[in-house]
Design a protein around this ligand. Structure first.
Ligand SMILES: NC(=O)c1ccc[n+]([C@@H]2O[C@H](COP(=O)([O-])OP(=O)(O)OC[C@H]3O[C@@H](n4cnc5c(N)ncnc54)[C@H](O)[C@@H]3O)[C@@H](O)[C@H]2O)c1
Length: 301
């Protein structure tokens, strides 16, 4: 077992909280920071060192994981006035698990390299349930020689840790996955809504879809229709889970990447518009499976 020197963790939200907790469970002393002080409180009770800025984290730990909402937050945390790179130690390993623009990951990797540190992108798939259970999938981009060092930490939080290639390729894999997820969630919601209006019982319809060719993760693991499954956001007024704003953000990243590579993504574009409309119509903080409620056009929020 490698030495358990402190590991920094920045961004203790829906995902970061259970991920950092899993590091603690595996015996790693953690040094935490979140811009929202409440998020750090429970880590203090777990014996973590709570700091005042990302730079403070970098002073106290030479392995740091970040789990932030989007590209501007990651840029602020790494290269801002009180950012990690202000005080990073030479040889530090910086792992960003946020979903951000791959070109921003590349910029941050260059900036880290200039300070003698190594930056890897390692976005995740699996959601809050998988973060709690420690069985996330990590898609890792960066220098291959550093992959094993990153894997040592990531396996405390995930069951699949996949090396994708140079820095930014983890984000590329993540963006493709989430574009497909959005399309399949909208498709599931559309089909379920149509079936219900045709008089089918939603549970029965879900059962049939899940034994037929329409089956997908959105239908069998994360069904968007209230009452079909337990323990999913649709069973809890679409609270928790993966926010509609974050899905709209990921679809925006897919659009930028598609434009840059001249790749046709007609359904990805449509999905982006739908999730942006949802954000504008009051669904922003709900789980992305609330697209079912949006398509129903009858429930009040
Ligand atoms: N929620 C999911 O199911 C899920 C699944 C896979 C990937 N992701 C991705 O993981 C990332 C995090 O998602 P989340 O759901 O945990 O988001 P979240 O909004 O719940 O958490 C983000 C945390 O970062 C903190 N933060 C923001 N700016 C900061 C700053 N400048 N310095 C320090 N802390 C700062 C916030 O206070 C918050 O606690 C996103 O990029 C998201 O797309 C989320």
């Amino acid at each position: 077992m490698a030495s358990k020197t402190p590991v920094g963790f920045i961004g203790l939200g829906n995902m970061g909280n259970p991920m950092a907790r899993n590091l603690v469970k595996h015996g790693y002393p953690v040094v935490v920071y979140d811009v929202f002080p409440e998020a750090c409180k429970e880590f203090q009770d777990l014996g973590a060192q709570v700091t005042e800025s990302p730079a403070d984290v970098a002073e106290r730990a030479d392995r740091i994981i970040t789990m932030l909402p989007s590209s501007p937050h990651a840029q602020e945390v790494y290269t801002g006035g009180n950012g990690i790179l202000k005080k990073v130690k030479k040889g530090s390993l910086l792992i960003d698990s946020s979903t951000i623009d791959p070109s921003v990951s590349k910029e941050l990797a260059k900036a880290a390299e200039n300070m003698g540190a190594v930056f890897m992108d390692a976005p995740v798939s699996g959601g809050v349930g998988a973060a709690l259970a420690g069985n996330l999938t990590f898609m890792v981009g960066g220098v291959e020689q550093e992959f094993n060092a990153a894997k040592e930490l990531l396996t405390c939080m995930g069951s699949n840790v996949v090396y994708c290639g140079e820095v930014g390729t983890g984000q590329a894999a993540k963006i493709c996955n989430n574009m497909l997820l959005a399309i399949s969630m909208i498709g599931t919601a559309e089909a379920m809504n149509l079936g219900i209006r045709l008089g089918l019982d939603p549970k029965l319809l879900a059962k049939i879809l899940n034994m037929s060719s329409g089956r997908c993760w959105s239908s069998d693991t994360y069904n968007p229709v209230p009452g079909v499954m337990e323990g999913v956001p649709s069973a809890n007024n679409y609270q928790g889970g993966f926010g509609t704003t974050l899905m709209a953000k990921d679809l925006g990243l897919a659009q930028i990447s598609a434009t840059n590579t001249k790749t046709p993504v007609p359904l990805g574009s449509q999905a982006h518009q739908i999730y942006r409309m949802m954000c504008a119509k009051g669904y922003a903080v709900k789980d992305f499976s609330a697209v079912f409620q949006f398509l129903r056009e009858e429930e009040s929020l």
